[in-house]
Ligand binder design. Structure first.
Ligand code: GUN
Ligand code: ZN
Length: 484
């Protein structure tokens, strides 16, 4: 009955994994489309045929519905929705965050979710809005934690119950929440109350609170980012270690006449062409799509296809070890995503501990690439390189016999011995013409080598082009110019 998670491949803190709920499994990262029983633009059965392995729906809506309540209790959720994959149910917490109150208790909603045969149940957590002051956030977090403890007590340690992490905008409260959820032995942990951050494009704050929660959550827990539905941010969220997303966006955007792409969304009336390979876009012109009688459904289908394709692309990037490059590409689609990306890079030393040892390649994509986990790890490793008393670091050219050792130089990593020439990241890194940012970062690697090898005497050989930068980063190190 319990929920289990296994990570198969990883890249940065992202992972390709397998979530098991009961006897069913879901490949992650995964998108759980949100199903509203009263408004099904695309049916769960159609979604199944599109490759969807799990959906999420709102138990509160079923429990309050004249049309559905008795049916779902007698026939079960899977039959009523006609979906044989994993069905996760949310409690009334979303309504709580919108309307301020719900007419159901924590144990009532969990019992209801159990009785309708849901595969993953969510307690009645309190999604604290990011504008909430610290004292109130702390009080609400305490209530959430009581309810999570109650859930474990009443339904037992193996019940398939999610342990949402709250704590508003306060990083230390998110850390506390992550720690307590872990202590209560939840293995499936949604990060909650982030919808208002995403709606207002506060990706920097999103990165801060998600990473704060991740710091104290168990690395073996499956992490769901509650309410994340825009495909432009899935890569960023995956890189932080989020495994599941749930999207109402595909339907909400469709109702609003909006067309999702991985770079952002467009009003369908403003498009003259449809930049997408899905069957809807290949069989309609932009104008036909805009004026179709079933426009909402067609848009919902397209939005879902785009969203699912991005999940597939992310999974492949994790296998290849190219997630940083995908994150870089996606986060240039909006300035606030770029802010989120930069915040993520600021945490590279912490992310490095999760990142894997070798990857298919490292493509340099501009200044931001200098801060990637692979650079952090390489420069951290430099302290273990063994060198003699006199060391030449050759930007260009070969070994010089007047030095005990010659190291070569590959920005943004730094100095390397020839034995590492073909290994990751030195070998499979592709650079454009050297630029100041990458050379400066490589020189930081040289400085690290010098700091950790105080007995050795270092000389750099480089062209006059780089000497000012060398002086800036390394002060009065000895510089030789390459023979021309
Ligand atoms: N849906 C979006 N955010 C949340 C949240 O914080 N808690 C719950 N239960 N559902 C959500
Ligand atoms: Zn399309």
């Amino acid at each position: 009955m319990a929920i289990a998670f296994e990570s198969l491949y990883s890249d940065i803190a992202g992972r390709n994994g397998k979530l098991t709920a009961g006897k069913k499994t879901v490949r992650t990262p995964a998108l759980l489309p949100v199903i509203n029983p009263h408004l099904q633009l695309v049916t769960p059965k159609e979604m199944r045929a599109m490759g969807v392995e799990a959906i999420i729906t709102n138990a509160y809506i079923f429990s309050q519905s004249k049309q559905y309540r008795e049916r779902v209790l007698s026939e079960g959720l899977h039959k009523v929705l006609d979906f044989d994959g994993v069905i996760m149910t949310d409690s009334g917490s979303f309504q709580l965050s919108v309307y301020g109150q719900v007419s159901i208790t924590n144990t009532e909603t969990l019992s209801f979710q159990r009785d309708i045969g849901s595969d993953i149940w969510v307690p009645l957590d309190i999604p604290t809005h990011p504008s909430t002051d610290r004292a109130t956030t702390e009080q609400e977090l305490a209530i959430t934690m009581q309810r999570l403890a109650e859930a474990k007590e009443v339904f037992g340690p193996d019940a398939p119950i999610a342990g949402p992490v709250q704590g508003g905008i306060f990083e230390d409260l998110r850390e506390r929440a992550g720690r307590e959820v872990t202590d209560l032995k939840f293995s499936f942990c949604p990060i909650g109350a982030v919808v208002p951050l995403m709606e207002s494009y506060r990706y920097r704050d999103l990165v801060k609170v998600v990473l704060a929660a991740k710091r104290t959550l168990s690395p073996s827990a499956c992490i769901h980012l509650f309410g994340a539905g825009h495909p432009s941010m899935f890569a960023l969220a995956t890189a932080m270690g989020c495994d599941l997303f749930d999207s109402a966006a595909y339907a909400l955007y469709a109702k609003d006449g909006r067309y999702l792409t991985v770079h952002g969304s467009f009003r369908i009336g403003e498009l003259t062409d449809l930049p997408c390979a899905c069957s809807v876009c290949r069989s309609h012109t932009a104008e036909e799509l805009n004026t179709a009688p079933d426009r909402e459904r067609l848009l919902a289908l397209h939005n879902l296809y785009v969203t699912l394709a991005e999940i597939s692309r992310i999974r492949q990037a994790i296998v290849d070890g190219t997630l940083w490059e995908l994150v870089d590409e996606r986060c240039r689609g909006h300035p606030q995503l770029l802010s989120g990306y930069r915040e993520l890079l600021a945490h590279a030393p912490a992310l490095e501990r999760h990142d894997r040892a070798t990857k298919r390649r490292f493509f340099y994509r501009g200044d931001e690439s200098c801060l990637r986990t692979e650079v952090v790890r390489y420069q951290e490793m430099l302290k273990r390189i063994q060198v003699g008393k006199t060391v030449l670091i050759a930007f260009e050219g070969g070994v010089r016999d007047e030095f005990e050792d010659t190291l070569f130089f590959k920005p943004p990593f730094g100095p390397y011995p020839k034995e590492l020439k073909e290994t990751f990241p030195i070998g499979p890194s592709e650079l454009p013409e050297w630029d100041d940012a990458m050379v400066r970062q490589g020189l930081i690697g040289v400085r690290r080598l010098m700091d950790t090898h105080p007995e050795s005497r270092f000389t750099i050989s480089c062209s006059a082009r780089w000497e000012p930068l060398v002086r800036q980063v390394l002060g009065d190190i000895e510089v030789m110019h390459d023979p021309v």
